[in-house]
Design a protein around this ligand. Sequence first.
Ligand code: AMP
Length: 356
Amino acid sequence: MVSNRVKKIIEEYDPSKVTIATLCSHSSMQIFHGARKEGLRSLGIAVDRDTKFYDAFPLARPDEFIRVKDYAEIEDLADELVSRNAIIVPHGSFVEYMGADRFGNFDVPSFGNREVLKWESDRSTQRRWLTSAGIKMPQEIRDAKDIDRPVLVKYSGAKGGRGAFIAKDYMEFKMAIDYTQQHTIQEYVLGTRYYFHYFYSPLRTNGFKLRSGGILEMLSIDRRDESNIDELYKLGSTEELKRLGFFPTFVVTGNVPIVIRESLLPKVFEMGDATVEKSKELFGGLVGPFALETIVTDQLDIKVFEISTRIVAGTNPFVNGSPYSDMIESGLSTGRRIAQEVKLGFQLGRIEEVVS
Ligand code: AMP
């Protein structure tokens, strides 16, 4: 998993000076807060952004900021970050803004396996990974002319749901599609949306064990608040609204904590387990946080419409623990869990297994 270049860099690190670094955005406050709780230093990379709001949250303010004007300049920070014994924690915005290619070649140790980005960034490889792991996904419709039920049309990349639209037939599809962007068409699954936040540790041995080693945790669950679809029903039927020029949109604006029926937990662990085991077969394994984004139907079927292979912003409601993580360790957030895994990696002399 770890490249020779990164392996060499991390071998030179002084474990007592390790610094958790990330881009000031997305889940950075949780990541810095978690590092602090674990006694690690933290560093925020601020790209042309006001960082004063961190002063309002002293426990989530990084020990130090590095400021640059443009995302392209992050590449030039590699030596500076390495000199501070930095380990990058990639989050959705980090990879999206820096660019997957640039991030792939960035010579600073990064938490987790970067190989996963190639599988995550493309919806067709995601589908290959998950379905070959036996996970149920919404049916894909390859030719728009075959639309025979409500579908959701999505564009590539993690854009927080921006641009996705519903179509009920080919005519509606044609009216709304932007052919200049790559898109996929999925059956619209009716049900409740739950986003499960997992953490796979190759290092720990106590817990929900996987066949190939390591343990799987499920730290929390959220549902995204999406504007305007979540509130649209208050204004009348969607047909009527369309006539008035209101169309449903799926722009993520916030996150709401969730607990699920306890009887669904075996299925939730089965899905996480299969996802990790298949990732080991396909590309040397997923490490650390990932999320399965699902819809639970009234038949209690869980359909996964997407995977995120890094910390997701849906973990942010749980900076001081969740109803699940509190049963592992009191006050455990995903950000804190990442810091713990970094520390454990150094303690066990196995840090190369959790960075790349
Ligand atoms: P995505 O871009 O895959 O994150 O999808 C954006 C939003 O669309 C999600 O947060 C869900 O609310 C919704 N969604 C995605 N896929 C489906 C689906 N197959 N059926 C119903 N809703 C979906």
